[in-house]
Design a protein around this ligand. Structure first.
Ligand code: GLA
Length: 347
């Protein structure tokens, strides 16, 4: 049994150091974690070299009302990243969630025209991406546009603008920062073959039309039902999009490994030795696979969705229950699986 060690300890093993030169390792954080005197901030600096803002750069936060942009938290994040040599991900420009209603309405409340919606989208993208040009390395341009069955999600974006909003969003982001990597991001790509096939077909179509897609984000919200063999096959399938654009990369953008099957309310968190062993074995095999992809040039970043177990969204969704999905536990304690994952980097 190791002595408890904390992710913020100056001498703690470090994920970013273990994987340096092969894979960037990151977390989704919030601007209030960036106060230099805090353990959270020390943990971020010790462990991670790529960061995403969990919520504060989403449309509802950045442009709550048309034309009223709020940048202070994103500014803080970008200044912090730049000062500390951390790669930054912008998240997310176009999504059906956390997007204010006004995007989709005329003044009288009727549905906005396609032209108006696309113009608002372009303004949002130009303003945000343009402000951080050269400083935010990559953007999740569109998030979750597919259904698990492989169709287009019937969001307000889609209802009003059809599939065109996707290409237009990428074009606007590229104009605003031609050097940024532009990512299409979605969940269940590892588990739903039809969805992975649809993503493959969509990105192929976009690339063939000259749309500057630079990455596919596999969110990787995983759990006890995740089939690792299927995950590997679907990741390889999406990595094979590189035949159409050799610079395209995969990223694991929102990794966590829930203790529960998603919607199953009957499950309780009885953490037996068997479950602990399975959790550790799962993370070990997952990171061995990530390293294989990284060494082949297919994947360049893995981002955990949350700094530690205590702040994971999975404690509140789909319902309130204590969850333990990350490598860093409550109070920033390094879990045994953390050491296993560090071990995968050694061979
Ligand atoms: C999706 C979004 C994230 C986050 C998670 C849950 O995966 O991309 O921004 O909202 O849901 O917290």
């Amino acid at each position: 049994m190791q002595n408890p060690a904390y992710a913020c300890d100056p001498g703690a093993p470090s994920l970013k150091e273990a994987f340096a030169g092969r894979l960037k390792i990151g977390a989704a954080i919030n601007s209030w974690n960036l106060d230099p005197a805090t353990p959270a901030c020390s943990a971020i600096l010790r462990q991670f070299n790529i960061l995403t803002l969990e919520n504060e750069s989403k449309p509802i936060m950045v442009q709550p009302e048309e034309g009223r942009f709020v940048f202070d938290k994103v500014d803080r994040f970008v200044d912090f990243g730049e000062k500390n040599g951390i790669t930054l991900r912008g998240h997310t420009l176009v999504w059906h969630g956390q997007c204010p209603r006004w995007f989709f309405c005329e003044e009288d409340g009727s549905p906005a025209s396609k032209e108006k919606l696309l113009e608002r989208m372009r303004t949002h993208i130009r303003t945000l991406v343009g402000r951080y040009k050269g400083r935010v390395d990559r953007w999740d341009v569109v998030n979750e546009v597919l259904t698990d069955e492989g169709g287009m999600r019937n969001s307000l974006w889609y209802q009003i603008a059809g599939e065109d909003f996707i290409a237009e969003a990428f074009r606007a982001a590229h104009e605003a920062d031609p050097a940024a990597r532009l990512v299409i991001n979605d969940y269940n790509l590892e588990s739903h073959d039809a969805k992975a096939d649809a993503m493959f077909a969509l990105v192929k179509r976009l690339l063939e039309a000259g749309v500057p897609v630079g990455g596919v984000g596999m969110q990787m919200h995983l759990g006890p039902a995740t089939d690792l063999e299927k995950l590997k096959a679907n990741a390889e399938k999406l990595a094979s999009l590189r035949q159409f654009s050799p610079d395209l990369k995969l990223e694991a953008t929102e990794l966590d490994v829930s203790a529960f099957r998603f919607e199953d309310p009957s499950e309780t968190l009885e953490w037996t030795d068997e479950r602990e062993a399975a959790f550790r074995a799962f993370y070990t095999e997952l990171f061995r696979f990530y390293l294989k992809l990284a060494d082949e040039g297919k994947l360049d970043a893995v981002i955990f969705w949350g700094l530690h177990d205590g702040v994971s969204w999975l404690n509140g969704f789909p319902r309130r229950r204590r969850n333990v999905p990350l490598l860093i536990g409550r109070d920033l304690v390094l879990k045994p699986a953390f050491y296993d994952v560090i071990g995968t980097a050694k061979g």
